[in-house]
Structures are given as structure tokens and as C-alpha cells.
Design a protein around this ligand. Structure first.
Ligand SMILES: Nc1ncnc2c1ncn2[C@@H]1O[C@H](COP(=O)(O)OP(=O)(O)OP(=O)(O)O)[C@@H](O)[C@H]1O
Length: 299
């Protein structure tokens, strides 16, 4: 069984406002999924619903190919808000309390503290931990009962650069051990560095779901200039392998929808009487792809 989560037409309305609008996607075992979108795009609301903390307005989902039930939630570890630990207790003592709640064996505590790099600091009080250490302790707590899925909401928010790197490396390490990870993030580079798959959300709508690699390996765009920019623009807009065009600093940026060699494009334009003074092909980064998706949604 490889399907960990299947979401179908999930919708959440708060009054007349639609926070999550008819989204559907699946999560396959052993991958790291990024739920990517700007603030307010519906990431936390989506996570809240699939963790039974919020009632959906419409749609449904299945964990592990079963209707949601208490048993399936036991197979999931989640950190969706600031971790709640007792400040005056040690990290180890705090995890004993978590282990009691989750009915996990105390022997797991040192194992998970080691995984998150806190074993040597296990006797320190929680209140003396840095923000990054607190977040890693929360991850250790979420992993105590060896969940098959780990869900994280903005795991690097508020951390310094070193703390961010440590959390990202930790996520990759946990995934390498076979745990499926779903993380919500508004940071494109985070998703690009950590995730194998991405679901792009904007204003509650799903704009893309697929592998990060595929999203990155689109056909790119070309940047073209000519003395007669209007006829250039007109010619490009009629070419079947071009999806969108825009003007930028007297150059036309045209997004390709199939693989094309710049020399071939130059030849086609020349045959239409257009002499090109500049033609560069660019591969789009995930960031450009993301803005392109949001732009397409607005149009
Ligand atoms: N309980 C609520 N009542 C009314 N509106 C809400 C409620 N919870 C969330 N919203 C709205 O739903 C939209 C989506 O919020 P959500 O928290 O899911 O976004 P997000 O992508 O997680 O963003 P952020 O990273 O800022 O948390 C926002 O416009 C938010 O204001």
C-alpha cells in the first residue's frame, strides 16, 4: 500500500469566505510533500481538516486508504502549532509526559533525542533551550511513537539561519528513514531544498500538484528583443509553442509550452521578416514557476 493520504474536493468556508476551495491530491509513501503558498492561502486550514481539528464544508479524505478513524490518527505525528512543553522541566522529563500521552515506550526517548541532536542536552530545562532546539524537541516528541507520517506547519518560522539549516537537514534525515512528511511552508527555497513533491495553493485554490523536479523542469522561457517590438510580440503570440508573453524593459519574455531550440525560434521569426537582436533561453526556477502559476490564476 503506497497511498498514505488521498484528498478529494476538500473545501472549507468560514461564513461566506472560502479558505480552501475544492482541492484534491494524493500523498505517496516515503516522499516529502510541500504545501506551498503565501500567507492566508489555506495551508493550515487544510492541515486542520485532515487532522480532524476542523470540520470540512465539503469533500473528504482517506488516511492509509481507510475512512478517517482514531486508529489512523495514531499513525500520524503532527506539529501544527507552537509546541507546548513545561518550561521548568528537562527535555527528557517533557518527553516522558508526551510518551505517557502517546503510550510510547520510554526507551524511545533517547533514540529520538539522538535523532534530533539533543541527547547531550536532555537534562537541560526546556526554558533554557534556543528556539531551534525547542522545535527539534517538538519533532522528537512527534516521532516518539514512530509515526508513518510526520506533519509540520511552517517548521522553520522564526529560526535563525543555523536553526533553519538544522531543521531542514533533520527533515531530510527523517524522510531517509522512510517516514512520509507533509510540510506547510510559504518559503519556496525551503520546498525546493527539502521536498520531493509540491502542492501549490493560492487563495484557497490548488494551482499545481506534482513533483518538484517536474515543476522545475518546465520548458523554460525565452527573452527576445528586436527593433520592431510590436511585430515581434505579435509574431510570438501566434506561435503554438508559446503559452504566455509579456513585455519587460523592451524585451519580450515568452513562456514555452514545449521544448524548442533557440536557433529554431530565431529561424521561424526570421522567416516572418523579424530580425532578432537578442534571444536568450532561460530555465525557470521554482520561484518563477510559482509566480507564473499565480499570474495565470489572476488572468
Ligand atoms: N477560524 C477562522 N475564521 C475565519 N477565517 C479564517 C479562520 N481560520 C482561517 N481563516 C482564514 O482563512 C484563510 C486561510 O488561512 P490559513 O491559516 O489556512 O492560511 P495559511 O496558508 O496557513 O497561511 P499562514 O501561513 O498565514 O497561516 C485566511 O484568509 C484566514 O484569515
Amino acid at each position: 500500500m503506497n497511498k498514505v493520504l488521498e484528498i478529494n474536493h476538500l473545501t472549507k468556508k468560514f461564513g461566506s469566505f472560502t479558505a480552501v476551495n475544492d482541492i484534491s491530491f494524493s500523498v505517496e509513501k516515503g516522499n516529502v510533500y510541500g504545501l506551498l503558498g503565501p500567507n492566508g492561502s489555506g495551508k493550515s486550514t487544510t492541515l486542520g481538516m485532515i487532522l480532524n481539528a476542523l470540520n470540512p464544508t465539503n469533500g473528504n479524505w482517506k488516511w492509509f486508504e481507510e475512512e478517517p478513524n482514531n486508529n489512523s490518527l495514531k499513525r500520524i505525528g503532527a506539529i501544527i502549532e507552537s509546541p507546548k512543553f513545561y518550561p521548568y522541566l528537562s527535555a527528557h522529563k517533557n518527553l516522558e509526559i508526551v510518551a505517557d500521552i502517546k503510550e510510547a515506550d520510554y526507551s524511545k526517548i533517547d533514540e529520538k533525542l539522538e535523532l534530533v541532536g539533543l541527547l547531550e542536552r536532555k537534562k537541560d530545562k526546556f526554558q533554557h533551550y534556543s528556539l531551534g532546539m525547542k522545535q527539534r524537541l517538538a519533532i522528537a516528541g512527534a516521532l516518539l511513537n514512530d509515526p508513518e507520517v510526520l506533519i509540520l506547519d511552517e517548521p522553520t518560522n522564526g529560526l535563525d539561519p543555523q536553526g533553519i539549516i538544522q531543521i531542514r537537514e533533520l527533515i531530510i534525515k527523517i524522510a531517509e528513514q522512510g517516514t512520509t512528511i507533509i510540510l506547510a511552508s510559504h518559503l519556496l527555497d525551503e520546498v525546493e531544498k527539502v521536498c520531493s513533491h509540491v502542492v501549490v495553493l493560492n487563495q484557497g485554490k490548488m494551482l499545481y500538484a506534482g513533483s518538484v523536479e517536474e515543476m522545475n523542469s518546465s520548458f523554460g522561457s525565452i527573452e527576445v528583443a528586436s527593433t520592431n517590438i510590436e511585430s515581434l510580440q505579435n509574431a510570438l503570440s501566434h506561435l503554438p509553442f508559446i503559452s504566455t508573453i509579456k513585455n519587460e524593459n523592451n524585451k519580450v519574455i515568452a513562456v514555452l509550452n514545449e521544448e524548442k531550440d533557440p536557433a529554431e525560434i530565431n529561424k521561424i521569426l526570421f522567416e516572418q521578416g523579424i530580425v532578432v537582436s537578442h534571444l536568450v533561453k532561460r530555465k525557470e526556477s521554482l520561484e518563477q514557476q510559482f509566480f507564473q502559476l499565480i499570474q495565470n490564476q489572476k488572468n
